[in-house]
Design a protein around this ligand. Structure first.
Ligand code: ZN
Length: 463
């Protein structure tokens, strides 16, 4: 049984799944108007690790994450640069995927774009307007939160106290300062879609409701995002789902901030202005290890020092891979524990790690156990206990791979394209399409890889 912190109840509890063998997850994705930042890297890594771990444990994971490609910030940048909104969104989305591929974050199973769901959003908003749950002001259509009796569930505050604390805005046409925009009427030169209540574009909070319910269905298991999304974004998503009569996400979980300590940043060299910048300067596995070393709900400090420390730790892992000639696992698809044999100490290590990861994804405890096992494997080899040492080393290789952090014997990174080709080859083999598998092997070999068939699929190494 998997356990996770539940933001509504404020405690760690069993993840009660709609279907006991499947986990459906919706992650609020990026608004594509600039380079991805370190916070984007952190939350995508956290949920990538969760997804990989759930798969490793035998669950089928259905993972959906959106792209917000219509937004005020995109419009502002397009106007500043004299380009179209679609241009800016396409450019920034490419930068996003480049960073995700470099980080080893798996692509979502489905990746809906807001602009692809405008019609469904219009119909939801129209229903709200018809029922007076939504109402017009001079600049758009707003959602009247007083229609949702338990509004404030995610904020952890009742409606009355939220209302008392709310900032009174310039727009005094709103019935309550907590009411939020469902639809923004188009100003001259702004992108617009037709709607019975007036041309314009959707507000940010509506797209995820429509897309998550469409792709994952009512009562999906887990809705996640960074802490900053809990209120008002997730509160407002939920309010719309409730008002529309839907059974929305059954669990909500939020992840912590990235600290960069402004002062420290300005004084030291080589700081990271964006995720893209960080990835250009460092081994991308270092950021994953840094993220794994903290609990997902705690803040992390990303500085040249913490990254360098993670890189030194990685060097210990790669030294283990060299010492035991461990195969370099392809991680383009998540590993499954059932594809490996677990004997003796490897089985004990797996059990220990599973105990803490199943319980609210306690990656720092898991990583600590794994590094202790690295020391134990080296010590066993030093005293000539090769069987024991090898058992541990092989278990470590698989368990790090399960977290999306492959050990490398060489300095040769498996580039994202080669990783994709290896994943394609695994799919072709699974479908017994031997012609395609051979062609993909040829392509990989022409990229300088030695292609081997490992227990879980294609293994790439350099000659
Ligand atoms: Zn969302």
């Amino acid at each position: 049984m998997l356990r996770l912190f539940d933001s509504v109840h404020g405690d760690v509890r069993d993840l009660e799944l709609r279907d006991p063998s499947r986990v459906s997850i919706y992650v609020c994705g990026p608004t594509v108007y600039g380079l991805p930042h370190l916070g984007h890297g952190r939350y995508t890594l956290i949920w990538d690790v969760a997804r990989r771990w759930f798969t490793f444990r035998g669950y089928e994971v259905h993972f959906v994450s959106n792209i917000t490609d219509v937004d005020d910030k995109i419009i502002t940048r397009a106007q500043e640069e004299g380009r179209t909104e679609a241009d800016i969104a396409a450019l920034c989305e490419q930068q996003w995927w480049d960073a995700m591929d470099a980080l080893g974050v798996l692509r979502p199973d489905e990746n809906p774009h807001a602009t692809g769901y405008i019609e469904a959003m219009v119909s939801l908003i129209d229903d709200f307007v018809t029922r007076d749950v939504g109402y017009a002001t001079s600049d758009g259509i707003y959602f009247d939160v007083s229609n949702v009796p338990d509004y404030g569930l995610l904020a952890g505050q009742p409606l009355e106290s939220l209302r008392a604390g709310a900032r009174v805005e310039a727009n005094d046409e709103k019935r309550s300062p907590l009411d939020f925009a469902l639809w923004k009427f188009a100003k001259p030169g702004e992108p617009r879609w037709p709607a019975p209540f007036g041309e314009g574009r959707p507000g940010w909070h509506t797209e995820c409701v429509v897309m998550s319910l469409e792709l994952l269905g009512d009562g999906f298991d887990l809705h996640v995002g960074g802490f900053d999304l809990k209120f008002p974004h997730h509160e407002n998503e939920r309010a719309q789902a409730v008002a529309a009569g839907h059974d929305f996400a059954h669990h909500w979980t939020h992840s912590g901030w990235v600290m960069v300590g402004e002062e420290k940043m300005s004084k030291s060299l080589g700081n990271f202005t964006s995720l893209t910048d960080l990835l250009a300067q460092t081994d991308p596995r270092a950021y994953r290890l840094l993220v794994l070393r903290s609990h997902y709900r705690s803040p992390i400090d990303v500085t040249p020092e913490t990254i360098a420390d993670a890189e030194r730790a990685l060097e210990r892992l790669d030294a283990l891979a060299r010492r035991f000639s461990l195969p370099e696992l392809a991680i383009g698809t998540p590993l499954r524990s059932s594809d490996f044999t677990w004997d003796g100490l490897a089985a004990a290590l797996f059990e220990g790690v599973a105990l803490v990861l199943d319980d609210d994804l306690n990656t720092p405890l898991a990583v600590a156990q794994l590094f202790e096992a690295v020391s134990a494997a080296n010590a066993a080899a030093d005293r000539g206990d090769d069987h024991l040492a090898r058992q541990l080393a092989q278990g470590l290789n698989v368990l790090f791979g399960a977290l999306g952090l492959p050990l490398r014997r060489t300095n040769h990174e498996i580039d994202p394209e080669s990783g994709q080709l290896a994943a394609q080859r695994d799919r072709a083999r699974a479908e017994k399409d031997w012609g395609a598998a051979d062609r993909l092997r040829g392509e990989l070999e022409s990229r300088g890889w030695i292609v081997e068939d490992g227990a879980t699929g294609t293994v790439l190494r350099r000659a």
